[in-house]
Design a protein around this ligand. Structure first.
Ligand code: OFO
Length: 167
């Protein structure tokens, strides 16, 4: 495996792991505030990011590359509001998309079509997750400071999230 691509894939392992821990911290914060629906949503996002990380670990090993299990950043664990929580969700997804684009760019530069093909799954995944984060943030912006709106958002978060691909 090309060493630049191997390095980028290892970086991506770290970003997915960081996202997993960030969403775990967000789930825990939501849980502590009584937002049980939002907590479940982020617990499951955290699990998903862990799966994304593991998929990369296995792929690099299959391709004969060297995996470096990374040290992780301390996640942000306090939020001023639900709006701040979901802004963090969106910015984290945008960051991951940008990093995946870097991997794709390098794959094309180095003509590694095998890794390029493997990364297409991540491209699709990011598209969906970014759209979902935007939809949730849009709804929160509509709700504003309304407490009963927050109650309904917490209750209906999965329905709102799943509606993001329908527009
Ligand atoms: Fe790993 O899917 Fe988003 O970040």
């Amino acid at each position: 495996m090309n060493t630049t691509i191997e390095k980028l894939l290892n970086d991506q392992i770290k970003y997915e792991a960081n996202a997993s821990m960030q969403y775990l911290a967000m789930a825990s914060w939501s849980d502590s505030k009584g937002y049980n629906g939002i907590a479940q949503f982020f617990y499951s996002q955290s699990e998903e990011e862990r799966v994304h990380m593991t998929k990369l670990v296995k792929f690099v090993n299959e391709r004969g590359g060297v995996v470096i299990i990374p040290e992780l950043a301390k996640p942000i664990d306090t939020f001023k509001s639900l709006n701040a929580l979901f802004k963090k969700f969106l910015s984290s997804e945008i960051f991951v998309t940008e990093q995946i684009n870097k991997v794709i760019f390098e794959c094309l530069e180095k003509k590694d079509y095998n890794v390029h093909n493997f990364m297409q799954w991540y491209v699709t995944e990011q598209l969906e997750e970014e759209a979902m984060a935007r939809t949730l943030l849009d709804k929160l912006n509509i709700i504003g400071e309304d407490k009963s709106g927050h109650y309904l958002f917490d209750r209906d978060i999965n329905t709102i999230a799943n509606s993001s691909g329908e527009e």
